[in-house]
Design a binder for this molecule. Sequence first.
Ligand SMILES: CC(=O)SCCNC(=O)CCNC(=O)[C@H](O)C(C)(C)COP(=O)(O)OP(=O)(O)OC[C@H]1O[C@@H](n2cnc3c(N)ncnc32)[C@H](O)[C@@H]1OP(=O)(O)O
Length: 409
Amino acid sequence: MGTDLRVLRRDDWDEWYDNLLRAFGGIPEPAEERETFRELTEIDRSIGVWDDGRCVGTAGAFSFRLTVPGGASVPAAGVTMVSVAATHRRRGVLTSMMRRQLDDVRSWGEPLAVLTASEPVIYGRFGYGVGTYQLNADIDTARVRLSVPPGTEDVRLRYAAPAEVLDACEAVYARLVSRRPGMIARIPGWERLWLLDPESTRDGASPLQCVVAERDGEVVGFVRYRVKADWDATGPKGTVVVSDLEALDPAGHGALWRFLFDLDLTSRIDIRRRPVDEAWQYLVSDIRRCSPLVRDALHVRLVDVGAALEARTYQTPVDVVLEVEDAFCPWNAGRWRLSGDAKGASCTRTTDPADLALSVRELGAAYLGGVSLASLAGAGLVRELRQGALAEASVGFGSVVAPWLPHGF
Ligand SMILES: CC(=O)SCCNC(=O)CCNC(=O)[C@H](O)C(C)(C)COP(=O)(O)OP(=O)(O)OC[C@H]1O[C@@H](n2cnc3c(N)ncnc32)[C@H](O)[C@@H]1OP(=O)(O)O
């Protein structure tokens, strides 16, 4: 028997998933988490590589709908659970899975594939560009002060068991999805992930706690967090480890952040995976003592350039011919005329002279409006062939709010 790349079968899931866990260090997952991922795995959209009957490669693809600039919710394959057995690494197993997967995504009619990478170096060769960034912060709340906007006093906070208020929290999330490019509409069942709280993954912190923010009886935000207690000879210096926080308006946001800042016996907030333009940064007295750190988040691949560029809108009018290079998905290569504005867009094949030349990777980076084409041109990755085309496209592709991926997958 030789090497076989095929769609996953339900009976093979355990061996397939064990290959994945082993590639990530071989640390077993708590039973509840493993069962949740078993249920969330879309078997017929997952592939594996078997060598002599043993699984040596895995890759899955969730059926996401991703918010793009303009607010449309666009089908996107959420590439996930990628692994190759260390015994078989660097022999092209990943490349063969990426080949099959992108062909599949195309045949499913999904214009985009997206992923979060274990290491950013892996996926550029397959045409993915970094389309969103995330902000991590480690805030010294003993030194940094927070001011809050008017209306914060009208927001009431109350503790609740995370499971008890899950529906209300999900309703807040659902209202935010169309507001930011990069957000993913919730697939039923995924909400269970936010409640998983096995002791083994807490790293010494408390169980998950939840506080909801209400105004006039309506939930306008929530925060889920843990507290990691710490005491030394000088007294308490605990850390608030934030799991997620969402708010519908500035007052709800301010109230929740003030709560985090004011928690007794703590002197730090550890918060990750936040929007790079999130409001709290403009409310703190000393941003340096918040140790902000920006990191790549969502990697974006245009699987169907025409359909993807038509699915979003452009904040100012654009009419440009793009010369696209795409060695891995050659059906995208060549010239496309993109004409669009804030109401809609068309993107069709053309033989007209090109205005901008770039690879599909740069298009992926710029697609959600978080990376400007002008910045990429500054790096020599986008070439302007008609004077003025770069500024026109760069402004048009932009987004008023920074794109943001709220959770990993
Ligand atoms: C979306 C997600 O799920 S991200 C999770 C990815 N998985 C992991 O990080 C788990 C641990 N790592 C692995 O399982 C494997 O090393 C993988 C999946 C990253 C790579 O699989 P491989 O089968 O070794 O990759 P493959 O042989 O097809 O490599 C293709 C090219 O990418 C390069 N490459 C692959 N992985 C890496 C890496 N981690 N760092 C640097 N280069 C890499 C290879 O050197 C090769 O380059 P070349 O074409 O110039 O020779």
